[in-house]
Ligand binder design. Structure first.
Ligand SMILES: [Fe+2]
Length: 248
């Protein structure tokens, strides 16, 4: 009897979670992030590193193997470990990580804000890239390209504005393409591990694209040349994933 009740509650939680995730990102989008989130909800709670959707050297020559391995197994893992070691009583663990981010306020403990953000942002970032060893043309298509062109005049203008904002972001943080609260595409930056889902963000919205501009994301290969890292990152953007997020 008790087992049946537990199964029923578990299925209900998953259905609710799928609904929330679908509302945020569109049905059947962000499969890996969602499957990890569902798995965790089913298991009851703690945070885990996702499966990296490619090998450490798959983003060569634009992001090197060593950077990827350290970024994933040290930096991302540290966010997960610190989150699991924190007092999580202020978090609703049965909702998606995106929804958890939406509950972060100025009053949230820094350990939760920083490490939940770090975990969510990196999960998003890994999915946001895909191998492209040849480089060459890498453009969005369809409605996303139309909207980018309508909003920023041209794809090149969009790319320039995004790159400039990423380059000029002082210190550590992220550059995002979001759909803002007026349903408009917008390029924003967030400091540290904040993200545009968080109420603490100055500019809020649903993320479409994210670029990690912490030095740990590029310093081994590019040293202080953030501009080259950004320029090369465009070869790796997974536009198909971005288009899926945009089509929600
Ligand atoms: Fe990072």
């Amino acid at each position: 009897m008790e087992n049946n009740r537990r199964d029923f509650l578990k299925k209900g939680a998953l259905l609710g979670l799928a609904s929330v995730t679908g509302a945020l990102f569109g049905k059947d989008k962000l499969e890996n992030i969602q499957s990890v989130t569902e798995q965790l909800a089913a298991e009851g709670t703690t945070f885990k590193l996702p499966d990296l959707p490619y090998s450490y050297d798959a983003l060569e020559p634009f992001i090197d193997r060593q950077t990827m391995e350290i970024h994933f197994t040290k930096h991302h893992k540290a966010y997960v470990d610190k989150l699991n070691g924190a007092d999580l009583s202020s978090l609703n663990l049965k909702i998606s990580d995106a929804e958890k981010c939406r509950t972060i306020t100025e009053k949230s403990p820094a350990i939760i804000r920083n490490n939940l953000g770090g975990h969510f942002n990196h999960c998003f970032f890994w999915e946001n890239m895909r191998p492209n060893q040849e480089g060459g043309t890498n453009l969005p298509s369809g409605k996303l390209l139309e909207s980018i062109t309508a909003t920023f005049k041209s794809f090149e203008d969009f790319k320039k504005e995004f790159s400039d904002k990423a380059l000029k972001l002082f210190g550590s943080g992220w550059c995002w393409l979001i759909i803002d609260q007026n349903k408009k595409l917008k390029i924003i930056t967030t400091p540290n591990q904040d993200n545009p889902l968080m109420p603490v963000a100055t500019e809020k919205g649903a993320p479409i694209l994210a670029l990690d501009v912490w030095e740990h994301a590029y310093y081994l290969k590019y040293q202080n040349k953030r501009v080259e890292y950004i320029s090369n990152w465009w070869n790796l953007v997974n536009w198909q994933k971005a288009e899926e997020l945009f089509a929600k």
